[in-house]
Design a protein around this ligand. Structure first.
Ligand SMILES: NC(=O)c1ccc[n+]([C@@H]2O[C@H](COP(=O)([O-])OP(=O)(O)OC[C@H]3O[C@@H](n4cnc5c(N)ncnc54)[C@H](OP(=O)(O)O)[C@@H]3O)[C@@H](O)[C@H]2O)c1
Length: 379
């Protein structure tokens, strides 16, 4: 383990740091000072750090937000609040006071000794992490740290995809791609309770498709793309003009799975041909929400494509909610309540010792895992 000079008065902790961008091997255990909570921040003794697919993009420097090196990755933690920093003084910090306003009152924010989950920009893969109090939430009794983390980023993403981004209306058809993944498995379970009429899942293996059906999907397909067949005939109500350049076998399969009708809502994190062919399967006023790009393939959509078809392409990035506690706390309370009632099953895909972060990233990128991955900082 590389050693760094730690001042005599500083406590040291283990953390997984990257000093260069690259493959999983750049994730290395390091000894770093325990961070100090600043104004409006909490120091959390971390028991579990959540891993996210986006972390693999960050590790390769292919993420939407760029990081300076060295950096400790990790956007979410579960643990116990050990210390509370001084109160935030927003009049002197230069920050917009509304950005850190806690609308639910101080009793809503975890205090010293409370079990908590928190959203961070970086710094989660460590024994201690500092989080803004406005982005920390109590873990309800009876909920494990792993389950709480499975409901945090993935749960909030699923909830807002359906409610805020897609504006799902009662009875609409919904396509959930990668339906057995962390976000996908929650989307599959939440879609019908939040109003969907028909839920069409796609997943990469028979086992995952069986799981999607078990989670509540009406039908589960392989997301087979490939080139478009000769445009001999329209499929369902989709006019030939709408299929130009975008449609393919997945378009046809999705429409067929919806009884020959074009779709209302598609939730996609694959990008590339899956995104393009799903967009072509939407009917007028249908919405596709792009919330990830795991294929790392971009798709160009023109304004002409949109106006000709009356379709909407919507983006979603959880980062835009970080300073909106009301948009975090209320959905999270709803997700925890649904889980407590047994209506929502968080999917935990595995827990790795902190020192094995590189193996966890390699497994995640190779699609060997399904569900929420966490790092055990106590192992
Ligand atoms: N926008 C946001 O704020 C936000 C928040 C959370 C997550 N995300 C994104 O949402 C996606 C899913 O996250 P998650 O936490 O649910 O991850 P996860 O549990 O690892 O699931 C990802 C799923 O994506 C599929 N997949 C993996 N690699 C792929 C590839 N190269 N090409 C196509 N499909 C691939 C796999 O399903 P199959 O093999 O069954 O297809 C896998 O089950 C990620 O892209 C992540 O970055 C975005």
């Amino acid at each position: 383990m590389p050693r760094v000079a730690i001042g005599l008065r500083c406590r040291a902790m283990r953390a997984v740091q990257i000093e260069e961008f690259g493959g999983p091997e750049v994730l290395r255990l390091a000894e770093l000072p325990v961070p100090e909570p600043g104004p409006g921040e909490l120091l959390i003794r971390v028991s579990r750090a959540g891993l996210n697919f986006g972390d693999t993009h960050q590790r390769r420097n292919q993420y939407i937000a760029k990081h300076e090196l060295p950096v400790v990755l990790g956007g979410e933690v579960a643990g116990v609040v050990e210390r509370v920093g001084p109160p935030a003084d927003d009049s002197t910090s230069g920050r917009d006071p509304s950005a850190v306003k806690i609308t639910h009152g101080p009793s809503d924010v975890p205090g010293v000794g409370d079990r908590a989950i928190a959203l961070l920009r970086t710094g989660g893969y460590a024994e201690y992490a500092v989080a803004p109090a406005a982005r920390a939430f109590r873990i309800p009794d009876g909920v494990s740290d792993d389950d709480a983390l499975a409901l945090l980023i993935q749960g909030l993403t699923a909830w807002h995809l359906l409610r805020t981004s897609a504006h799902l209306a009662r009875g609409e058809s919904v396509v959930v791609h990668s339906a057995a993944g962390g976000v996908g498995s929650l989307l599959t379970q939440l879609a019908a309770p939040l109003g969907a009429g028909r839920v069409i899942a796609t997943a990469g293996s028979d086992e995952r498709r069986a799981e999607a059906l078990e989670l509540g999907a009406d039908v589960a397909l392989a997301a087979e793309t490939g080139p478009a067949a000769a445009p001999a005939a329209a499929v369902g109500d989709v006019a030939l003009a709408d299929r130009d350049g975008l449609a393919g076998p997945l378009t046809d399969a999705l429409i067929a799975a919806n009884g020959g009708r074009p779709l209302d809502v598609v939730l996609d994190a694959a990008g590339g041909a899956v995104f393009a062919q799903s967009l072509a399967a939407l009917g007028p006023f249908g919405r596709i929400v792009a919330y990830g790009n795991s294929t790392r393939e971009k798709v160009a959509v023109t304004n002409g494509d949109l106006l000709r078809s009356s379709r909407a392409v919507v983006g979603f990035w959880l980062m835009h909610l970080l300073d909106r506690r009301d948009m975090l706390a209320e959905p999270l309370a709803d997700l925890f309540a649904r889980a407590a009632r047994g209506e929502l099953r968080p999917r935990v895909g595995g827990t790795y010792p902190l020192a094995d972060a590189a193996r966890a990233h390699a497994d995640l990128e190779a699609r060997r895992t399904a569900g929420k991955l966490t790092l055990d900082t106590t192992a």
